[in-house]
Design a binder for this molecule. Structure first.
Ligand code: BMA
Length: 337
């Protein structure tokens, strides 16, 4: 009888994409049952990283050339919001450039003066930045870069008002796709997630409704967070949901799984929140009670996930999780819908 040789099992993961062996990581603390757990030295970025900054919060980090790069939302002490490039070897300790990004704009294009809540998405060999741009009110500006030194403005995707433009990291059915959240010029007491499609990243159309606000922690509005994570079971979307209390709006995180080929179809959605303000730097700051997820870096070899989020519109925090566990957690909540 042939002897059975033990074959080393390759750990099966759900995420599709590149291995990021240098991903920042800490194991879940003993006794913690949370699906996302915070880095124990949060916040990783504070206003002290840039001269004359009042706050550095909702910012996007991505793996780049064996290290990390990011586009940061810097609110300065004139209360102007601008975008700055930042660099890091380990994803936790960052050097942020002192001067804002100067976008190259075409001669018939409006100037880019201020911006906030950037996302960074790699599609092919380009990195696309989408952010809340000021064009007669908030809307989504899109630019591209290859080296994070020169940024070329493409266009404003929509007429005002819109916030939280989040690209998918590849074309789907031959189209670029972008989640977005129509809004108003102010603090917007409403908001649902839509998806828009484009052949060239300039003209957007064939809009689809993805999902709307609903009772509980997402009763006022919802908005897409990090670039969706491609998995074997669908696109994992981490998003923010907002509820009101006698102290104003509270921003928390939730998650959903979208269909791979028709990503406006929601397969699962969290009834429970994924992470809500609890740490002191989330509960107090420029805007108290805010966790605002903006970037998610995944090591597809291990399913490990690091989420970058703005805390209380003042600082940046990191939380860790496992892609497979989040999907399992979403499935377990099916009956709560
Ligand atoms: C939203 C945006 C975010 C901010 C949040 C909480 O409308 O302005 O940048 O984090 O409010 O203040």
């Amino acid at each position: 009888m042939a002897s059975k040789k033990s074959v080393p099992q390759k750990k099966s993961t759900l995420s599709i994409g590149a291995a990021v062996p240098h991903l920042p990581w800490q194991e879940r603390p003993k006794g913690c049952a949370d699906i996302l757990w915070r880095y124990d030295s949060n916040p990783v970025i504070t206003a002290g990283n840039v001269k004359n900054a009042d706050a550095i919060s909702n910012s996007a980090a991505i793996a780049y050339k064996g290290g990390f790069v990011g586009v940061f939302r810097v609110d300065d002490n004139t209360r102007l919001f601008s975008l700055h490039t930042g660099w890091s070897k380990d994803g936790l300790s960052w050097k942020i450039e002192q001067t804002p990004i100067k976008f190259k704009v075409g001669k018939n294009q409006p100037p880019v003066v201020k911006g906030y809540d950037p996302r960074v998405c790699k599609i092919g060999d380009r990195y696309y930045v989408s952010w809340c741009n000021d064009f007669h009110g908030p809307t989504i500006g899109i630019a591209w870069t290859k080296d994070f030194k020169t940024y070329t403005f493409i266009e404003n995707a929509f007429v005002p008002f819109n916030r939280n433009g989040v690209l998918f990291p590849r074309k789907i059915n031959g189209r670029y796709m972008m989640l977005n959240r129509p809004s108003d010029p102010g603090q917007t007491a409403f908001g649902d997630i839509f998806l828009s499609q484009s052949k060239d990243l300039v003209f957007w159309g064939e809009h689809k409704f993805v999902m709307g606000r609903r009772r509980g922690w997402e009763k006022i509005k919802i908005g897409p967070g990090p670039v969706p994570i491609e998995t074997k079971e669908g696109w994992l979307l981490i998003y923010h949901g907002v509820f009101d209390s006698c102290n104003g709006f509270n921003y928390v995180m939730g998650a959903a799984l979208l269909d791979l080929n028709e990503p406006w179809k929601v397969k699962y959605r969290s009834r429970r929140y994924l992470l809500a303000p609890k740490a002191p730097y989330e509960l107090a700051g420029r805007v108290p009670n805010v966790v605002f997820p903006v970037a998610a870096i995944v090591d597809a070899a291990t399913d490990r996930l690091a989420v970058y989020y703005g805390a209380s519109d003042s600082v940046v925090g990191v939380a860790f999780g496992h892609v497979g566990e989040i999907i399992q957690w979403l499935k377990e909540q099916k009956d709560l819908d």
